[in-house]
Design a protein around this ligand. Structure first.
Ligand SMILES: *[C@@H]1O[C@H](CO)[C@@H](O)[C@H](O)[C@H]1NC(C)=O
Ligand SMILES: *[C@@H]1O[C@H](CO)[C@@H](O)[C@H](O)[C@H]1NC(C)=O
Ligand SMILES: *[C@@H]1O[C@H](CO)[C@@H](O)[C@H](O)[C@H]1NC(C)=O
Ligand SMILES: *[C@@H]1O[C@H](CO)[C@@H](O)[C@H](O)[C@H]1NC(C)=O
Ligand SMILES: *[C@@H]1O[C@H](CO)[C@@H](O)[C@H](O)[C@H]1NC(C)=O
Length: 873
């Protein structure tokens, strides 16, 4: 083995990129976790952390030892070394580019689902400039020191070789030719060196074996080996049976009634049960084996479906009274809901709906301005979202404390004073991945705690809104007319026609961007949308209204391109005897926050602070753009005359964390920050009294609330009303037309086992528990991409846990009353050390909650996988 040291141009440079790229990536990797590591241990174990890198470096150095390869073997060796170096350089550049854009780390294990997806590739490419900048910088450094590195490592290898070969030779001489002067033949110095190196290796080995595997195994991962994670691809399947349920850790949820108890096929269920209704279809006790085995639990063959009666987390408020003013409006028959619109605000933060003073976000925005300019900045910011002010009824004040003048807004609220519907403050999303969140709002289900939209391969475990409306259509067969329900004594100017409750529903999904991303199109179908308008519709040569403007982000167009389609749909509802359910997801508020060129942007941000405020400024502008768009939609409702009979539900899919919120980490991807979770939630109807609801509800409440409203306002005929009332208690969320219940003592009538709100008086408390236990309304938030971390809160309590679901992610705890902007979360690598820190920084109550939260969340994750019937293949 000859390790040459004179300078070969290409191999030496390639080798240098490996060293620079690998070590830089490792530094970044450790730096990202630095704050959560005990310093002393980090120092102690640091040699084991870079050991894999050193081994790789020397291995590649041996491969690249031939400056001018001659034999075939040398060529193979050089090429292999070159490829490994290029991979490391590239991966390191991507890691740095990604970090500069988001503050997060690339999870290579999630990357191959991205690579097969054109829209996802565009996301990656959108960061190409930072990645190439990082690559150039790394390459430049590598170039500057390549000669030095190559020679140095060559010398080191030579030294090692000489040392071992030398000693070996010495010992060999010693054994084969012993003589009196053998001492002289041994190179004493090298023997000492060998001893020293051996001692070092032994202690290294000891450190390696004794170090805790969490987090140090993850921290020691070295490029290019970590790239192998990308090949560990898991796919899911609905085949096979389901895992058995685990016992609930906290309390005995009482008799675990099975689905089969008292089962009878509902009369309203069509002959062939539509998708979403499987669990009502057949007697679970008698399901024949020829059925899909995924309906069953593996051992014993019990049914595996979600069973609301056995859900230990469910809290039902259906037995409680409706808010009084709302009940009054319903009694007066003044609320008519013929149509439902569900607007999902992409990256819609509650702090901006409407933008107002007094939030941690607002303080962050003001901090970008000089002291003297803050009043002016405040006045500009508080006029940013006038439509949101009117929709929520949260009228905001300017720097002088005066109510903002909204007369210039695009839409003026025609509702009478004190009217407008429900406005929820304190709502949280179920996931910071858009379509996982949409599953909650459209289907009332918690998403699957795995990466990306694996839900699209499975049957959704509750019926989604379009499926419910389709069911209403199906049971209204024209052959057997049901007695017509008359709606008497309405106070609206035009009494609804008697037939209005007989009109068929039409569900339409609209977004001006592609739905071809991460199997969203499949999910749209699975949720029951038969009609949709997406980017592909408005760019097709047969498009009724072809897109006029330019594409504003890598997914597609601004939502204003949909205006003629929305208008047509509203006219259809007005003139063609159709009840519409429109689901619309906005798009401009998505990264990279571009607005159409002709639209005038404003400057909301100053230049104070050591971060760049351009992104936040763009984001705020898109929020104003979407606010105007909501004004357009409201105007279209009035133009077509259906405003008084339409319920408009507005919810954010998730928030969006920026550097102004938390310098360390931005974006939603693998970022548990609270600003990714606070969302607006509004149920707007001009004839419903305005009610502000302070509750930590989630979008899981949307379906139960809509159904409850439809029933209570007599907006369904008798038959549909019966169906809706019998399905309503099956959902996990609470209805928001009744006061939200944050926690209950076990055994009280709220504990979810109410099948029918009327018969809860008959129920006796459960006898199984030793002491009453408090059942909280737990909120789980899956952190984008879904399988790495989950956030846990309990309604009404200030604590928040971020729980890692796989290796390489940290635990986090925050107290949102004391730290509402979550600027100082406690981070730790193990639950034990987190508990210790929480107990010392806060109190025992907090740490007790934390223990409970961890157990519940772990149970929940397991249970979700079971009730979705998900299996990894
Ligand atoms: C609000 O602004 C409009 C002009 O946009 C003005 O005409 C009106 O007088 C203002 N109203 C109040 C109460 O200041
Ligand atoms: C819960 O709701 C209250 C308002 O009722 C709010 O102040 C609090 O921040 C919410 N909690 C979370 C975790 O958002
Ligand atoms: C409807 O109004 C009439 C008088 O306007 C009243 O006599 C009748 O009782 C009302 N019916 C209902 C169901 O409220
Ligand atoms: C009106 O409704 C009928 C069925 O009720 C449908 O066939 C027709 O296409 C609708 N017209 C429009 C303009 O949507
Ligand atoms: C809608 O209701 C309001 C009362 O809130 C009434 O003034 C208005 O005329 C109604 N509009 C239509 C189109 O019926």
């Amino acid at each position: 083995m000859a390790i040459r040291n004179y300078l070969p141009p290409l191999p030496a440079f390639l080798f240098s990129t490996l060293v620079v790229g690998g070590l830089a990536a490792k530094t970044l990797h450790i730096g990202l976790h630095f704050s959560s590591l005990p310093f002393l241990y980090l120092v102690l174990y640091s040699p084991t952390l870079i050991l894999p890198d050193l081994l790789i470096i020397f291995f590649v150095r041996i491969l690249l030892q031939f400056p001018a390869p001659e034999t075939r073997l040398q060529w193979v060796s050089t090429c292999l070394g070159g490829v490994l170096s290029l991979l490391t350089w590239g991966a390191s550049s991507i890691q740095f580019g990604f970090f500069m854009q988001t503050g997060a780390e690339v999870a290579w294990s999630a990357s191959n689902s991205f690579l097969s997806d054109p829209a996802a590739m565009k996301i990656l490419l959108s960061g190409i400039s930072t990645v190439s900048a990082a690559g150039t910088a790394l390459g430049l450094i590598a170039w500057l020191i390549h000669a030095y590195l190559y020679t140095l490592t060559g010398l080191a290898l030579q030294g090692v070789r000489d040392l071992f070969l030398g000693t070996y030779k010495a010992r060999y001489t010693l054994l084969s030719a012993p003589n009196k002067s053998w001492m002289a033949s041994v190179d004493l110095r090298s023997a000492r060196r060998v001893a020293l190196i051996t001692a070092a290796l032994v202690s290294l080995l000891f450190l390696e074996l004794s170090r805790p595997s969490i987090p140090y195994d993850h921290l020691s991962g070295a490029l290019p080996l970590t790239l192998l994670d990308a090949f560990h691809h898991k796919t899911s399947t609905a085949e096979g049976c389901r895992n058995p349920a685990k016992p609930f850790p906290l309390y005995d949820p009482g008799e675990q009634s099975s689905l089969a108890d008292g089962w009878s096929r509902p009369a309203w269920l069509p002959q062939v049960a539509p998708s979403g209704f499987s669990r009502w279809d057949k007697d679970p006790a008698q399901r024949a084996e020829e059925d899909n085995p995924s309906y069953f639990i593996c051992d014993g063959g019990a049914d595996g479906f979600f069973n609301p009666k056995a859900d230990p987390l469910k809290i039902s408020n259906l037995g409680d009274d409706i808010y009084e003013p709302l009940q009054k409006a319903f009694n007066e028959h003044s609320v008519q809901i013929d149509n439902v619109i569900l607007v999902t605000l992409e990256s819609g933060r509650k702090e901006m709906f409407p933008m107002q003073q007094g939030t941690p976000m607002f303080d962050g925005l003001l901090a970008s301005h000089q002291e003297s300019k803050r009043d002016e900045a405040t006045d500009r910011l508080v006029t940013m979202t006038p439509i949101a002010q009117m929709l929520t009824g949260e009228y905001v004040s300017d720097s002088k404390g005066e109510r903002v003048n909204l007369t210039a807004a695009k839409w003026q609220d025609p509702a009478e004073e004190g009217m407008g519907g429900l406005n929820v403050r304190g709502a949280l999303t179920g996931s910071s991945l858009t379509f996982k969140s949409i599953l909650g709002s459209h289907c009332g289900v918690h998403p699957l705690p795995v990466d990306l939209l694996e839900e699209s391969l499975l049957e959704i475990y509750q019926p989604c809104l379009p499926q419910l409306f389709e069911l209403f259509n199906q049971v209204k067969s024209p052959k057997s007319p049901v007695p017509i329900e008359s709606r008497s004594n309405t106070s609206s100017s035009t009494p609804p026609s008697i037939d209005s409750l007989k009109k068929p529903w039409k569900s339409v999904f609209m977004q001006s961007i592609t739905d071809d991303y991460d199997r969203q199109n499949i999910l749209d179908d699975n949720m029951g949308f038969k009609h949709k308008v997406v980017k592909e519709t408005i760019t097709s040569p047969h498009a009724k209204y072809h897109a006029q403007g330019e594409e504003i982000n890598y997914f597609g167009y601004a939502e204003t391109e949909l205006k003629p389609y929305v208008r047509d749909l509203f006219y259809e509802a007005a003139n063609n005897n159709t009840r519409i359910f429109l689901s619309h997801v906005t798009s401009t508020t998505h990264h990279p926050w571009k607005t159409p060129r002709r639209w005038q942007k404003e400057d909301y941000m100053g230049a104070v602070g050591n971060i760049n405020h351009d992104l936040m400024n763009s984001y705020l502008n898109t929020a104003r753009f979407v606010d105007e768009w909501l004004g357009d939609i409201m105007n279209l409702l009035e133009e077509t005359g259906i405003a008084n009979s339409t319920l408009v539900v507005i919810v954010g899919d998730h928030g969006q964390a920026f550097g102004e919120d938390n310098k360390d980490m931005t974006g939603t991807y693998e970022n548990g920050h609270i600003s990714n979770f606070r969302v607006p939630l509004v149920f707007r109807h001009p004839h419903m009294p305005r009610i502000n609801i302070d509750a930590n509800a989630t979008s899981l409440s949307i379906i139960p609330t809509i159904l409850d409203m439809l029933v209570q306002s007599n907006s369904l005929d008798t038959r549909d009303s019966e169906i809706a009332s019998s399905i309503l208690p099956e959902y996990q969320g609470q209805s928001l037309i009744r006061p939200f219940v944050s926690s209950v003592k076990e055994g009280s009538h709220h504990d979810g086992k109410v099948e029918n709100p009327d018969d809860n008086a008959k129920r006796a408390p459960h006898k199984h528990h030793d002491r009453p236990h408090t059942r909280y309304a737990w909120n789980f938030g899956l952190i984008n991409a879904g399988g790495s971390m989950i956030s846990v809160t309990a309604a009404g309590l200030p604590y928040r846990l971020v729980l890692p679901l796989r290796e390489g992610f940290e635990y986090g705890f925050s107290h949102l009353d004391k730290d509402p902007g979550e600027l100082h979360p406690i981070k730790a690598w193990t639950m034990g050390s987190l508990l210790k820190e929480v107990e010392s920084d806060y109190d025992e109550e907090a740490s007790e909650w934390l223990e409970e939260a961890e157990q519940v969340a772990k149970w929940w994750v397991n249970n979700q996988i079971r009730i979705w019937g998900y299996r990894e293949a």
